[in-house]
Design a protein around this ligand. Structure first.
Ligand SMILES: CC(C)(C)c1cc(CCc2ccccn2)cc(-c2ccc(S(=O)(=O)CCO)cc2)c1
Length: 240
């Protein structure tokens, strides 16, 4: 709700992330390296370090047939499905339900050898940015996750190293209209997904180890999540 202490930050970060996600990859001069390809999915990263720590920004573009942006964002945002698709998750707690479109999460992730176990606190916000009639802009659904602090869970106070992240799942639905008068089916829809992520792994971890881990884990993550949405929605009415 607009009166919540996090609301100004949510508004600012969501608009910044939507603008960032909608930027193309620019020409090769922008340093984006394609590092994974699988069917329609293309995954790019830039090598960046902050205080000697790998924080490689990642941008993935994927086109998935038969699902909508609303459905992708619904399953990505809603806590009740997360254990189904987030296999690196050990524990997820909803610390606060800020509004029906905003939650505060605490997540501990399974240890990924040889890095030590990590946890993260982030707010998550789901937003529909409809294309206003006069502009034929795209109809966008997005979920933005952004790290924040919580007084009851100070960073690095327990067994876990605190990670920091900003993630944007931005979706645009495409409909190929079927023959006049016939209903739209899942064969007529597809979703273009732009997934942007910057994960600061917190405490020290060797750059080579992190880069190998990101290279292996990220493609699996997006494939697994989109397959999950396809399976969850295939026998259900379309959520536009
Ligand atoms: C390896 C990599 C795929 C980058 C990775 C490792 C870890 C585990 C923690 C970690 C980080 C770094 C090094 C070792 N372990 C967590 C995440 C992560 C966490 C959260 C989200 S989310 O978009 O907010 C969806 C809700 O869960 C996405 C990714 C990614």
């Amino acid at each position: 709700s607009a009166s919540h202490r996090l609301w100004p930050e949510i508004e600012q970060v969501v608009h910044q992330q939507v603008a960032w996600a909608r930027l193309g990859l620019g020409d090769s001069g922008t340093g984006w390296q394609l590092f994974a390809e699988d069917g329609e999915m293309r995954m790019y990263r830039r090598e960046e370090e902050v205080d000697g720590m790998v924080v490689d920004p990642l941008k993935a573009v994927h086109i998935v047939k038969g699902i909508t942006g609303h459905e992708v964002c619904h399953y990505f945002f809603s806590p009740q499905y997360r254990y189904d698709w987030e296999t690196t998750l050990e524990q997820m707690t909803v610390l606060e339900t800020i509004a029906d479109d905003s939650c505060l999460f605490l997540q501990t992730h399974k240890r990924i050898w040889p890095a030590s176990q990590r946890d993260v606190i982030f707010w998550s916000h789901i937003r529909h940015l409809p294309n206003d009639q006069d502009r034929d802009g795209p109809d966008i659904w997005t979920v933005v996750n952004h790290s924040t602090e919580h007084k009851d869970y100070p960073a690095n106070s327990g067994k876990c190293v605190r990670i920091f992240l900003t993630v944007c799942m931005l979706c645009q639905t495409r409909v190929i209209p079927p023959k006049e008068g016939t209903p739209i089916t899942r064969d007529n829809i597809s979703c273009k997904i732009t997934y942007c992520s910057v994960v600061n792994p917190g405490g020290w971890a060797p750059a080579s180890v992190l880069r190998a881990l990101y290279k292996r884990e990220y493609p699996k993550f997006l494939k697994r999540f989109t397959s999950y949405v396809t399976n969850q929605t295939k026998d259900k009415p379309i959520m536009f």
